[in-house]
Design a protein around this ligand. Sequence first.
Ligand code: NAD
Length: 232
Amino acid sequence: MSAPARVLIVGANGRMGKAIAAAAQKHSSLTISAKADQGDSLEALIDGCDVVIDFSAPDATESVCRVCAGTSRPLVLGTTGHSAAQKDAVRVAALTIPIVFAANFSLGVNALFALTRRAASLLGPEFDLEIVEMHHRTKKDAPSGTAKRLAEILNEARGLGTNVSVHSLRGGDVVGDHQVIFAGSGERLELTHRASSRETFALGALRAAQWVIDRPAGLYSMEDVLGLHGAE
Ligand code: NAD
């Protein structure tokens, strides 16, 4: 049996960083070998690592990408709320290293992406499109990265300029709810996903870390990791 791949977690003191460290204890093929948070030097920590998982803050992304690309380490990037320039830095790094960049690492939400694409193609333009998301009171970005991705999917399916309203609710300790509503005359289709534990994102991120290690340079989604493309 080969040695477990060594993971560096960036954002290790946060909710997701802790959930990933806890989930990794159940994993035999990955081990957490280093943890970084605000103020730590990635250059000093990355040496003994095979792959990096980042769930921190968007202003960390450019330097995480630079260090990973400079040391040829694959990256799993779960942070959301990026500016266009920060997303460009991810695309540039993906020319050198493989990166899984996903707004949501849960299996259920990635199935929701595929189902949303399918429903949008089945239901015509007479159906109005609404997205509702709710998260805990301390979530920094709104709308969520997942809600933005759902809006993108609806725009891809219906054409640019499609009117998609996104409604963001914040409160309590809600881990993450997303609902896509197709509202027609006399009927309404609703697709809903509710995350009740961060473990689902953590297990998905670990699965992505294992998958990305053997990939060529490029920008990948969680749908690539799960083999969901074409599933609809
Ligand atoms: P959090 O606020 O609990 O934790 C973030 C951690 O990152 C903190 O410990 C903070 O000190 C650290 N941090 C901030 N700037 C840093 C830097 N420059 N370098 C290193 N560490 C830094 O947040 P969270 O709930 O754990 O979420 C973290 C990110 O992951 C957010 O962007 C959130 O939206 C995203 N998220 C993504 C998914 C997904 O499936 N893709 C799921 C949940 C959360």
